[in-house]
Design a protein around this ligand. Structure first.
Ligand code: AHR
Length: 333
């Protein structure tokens, strides 16, 4: 018998090894996801820079985005929580650019300070979609489109309710602001300022930033009560600060909704229940369910269509007359 050359024996091993690897790889894939199918329909990679987790609104918004950009829907979402810090968002965007994502979605902390990093994204050819708050820039080509709320209209809606409820009666107002420089703060503050200018009997007894968090809202109102400041109305720029304010009032033996009128923004489920129980008097909706809206925009872009540059979400407002348990249960946040 002819003896086999050992070198040939080694060479013969390589194709067998490759065949084995191929068999193993195909055994790992699901029947519906053969390597060829994955190649035909690769997941769209979306880098999402989120503001943080400061509020119920924000958590509902994160969930909405994560649900919309699931693998089942054809996406790989790279999520970054910036903990309310713009520097962290800028770093996250640079990371997305380095990773070569297909789209960048930015929920900006504040309006200013984005030009440099968005110029980098533009140079890399990555479309940027701004969601929720707005950015301030002289170059509208730095982002593809924006979807969010009309925060000034929200402020005006709250003030219209104050006018209807209190007219020109003397009114002492405490104003809990969100993150200074964010669109949500700017619009809601501008609305109140217009109301204060139009009503000489309304006076602002305190204004300060509570960063949209419950802890800060509570801390600010506790401080006011400790200083003996008295007031009729709390205009809280989001629900979580209102929850903190309510805790502070209750701890001081006051009855929210009776001793002090609370006006808030977001209309999240807990707050709407507080309207039914009488603790919050009026809540202007800010809708966080942007996931499907942003996905629709990406689908349009993928299909070569041009989505609208600006999309304002339709929103409403609630008092106890316009609310029922069953309505709350259908709202999804
Ligand atoms: O930008 C939307 C605002 O941000 C919401 O009102 C607030 O709750 C959130 O933190």
């Amino acid at each position: 018998m002819k003896k086999r050359n050992p070198e040939m024996k080694k060479r013969g091993l390589l194709p067998a090894f490759l065949l084995l690897m191929l068999l193993l790889l195909s055994a790992c894939g699901t029947p519906t996801e053969s390597p060829a199918a994955v190649e035909e329909n690769p997941l769209i990679v979306v880098g999402f820079s989120q503001v943080g987790a400061e509020s119920d609104w924000r958590n509902a918004n994160t969930l909405s985005m994560q649900t919309a950009f699931s693998a089942e829907n054809g996406y790989r979402l790279i999520f970054d929580d910036a903990q309310q810090k713009q520097e962290r968002q800028i770093t996250a965007i640079r990371n997305f650019i380095n990773q070569g994502v297909d789209y960048i979605v930015l929920a900006p902390t504040t309006e200013r300070g984005w030009d440099t990093v968005l110029t980098e994204a533009k140079a890399a050819g990555i479309p940027v979609i701004i969601v929720d708050r707005m950015i301030e820039t002289n170059d509208p080509d730095l982002f593809t489109c924006w979807i969010g709320s009309d925060f000034r209209r929200e402020g005006d809606t709250a003030v219209a309710w104050m006018e209807q409820t209190f007219g020109d009666r003397p009114l002492s107002v405490v104003h809990l602001q969100g993150n200074i420089g964010s669109s949500a703060q700017i619009g809601r503050t501008d609305g109140l300022d217009a109301g204060l200018a139009a009503h000489r009997n309304w006076s602002l007894v305190f204004r300060g930033p509570g960063d949209f968090t419950q802890a800060k809202g509570q801390e600010l109102v506790e401080g006011l009560l400790a200083d003996g400041v008295s007031f009729d109305v709390i205009y809280s720029e989001n629900d979580n600060m209102a929850y903190g304010a309510i805790d502070a009032l209750k701890n001081a033996g006051l009855t929210p909704g009776k001793d002090v009128t609370i006006i808030s923004f977001d209309a999240s489920s807990t707050a709407l229940h507080m309207i039914l129980s009488g603790e919050i008097s009026y809540d202007v909706e800010c809708n966080p369910l942007h996931g499907p809206r942003v996905r629709a925009v990406i689908e349009q872009l993928n299909a070569g269509q041009i989505p609208p540059k600006y999309t304002y979400v339709e929103e409403t407002a609630f008092d106890k007359n316009s609310l029922t348990e069953s309505l709350i249960s259908t709202r999804g946040y």
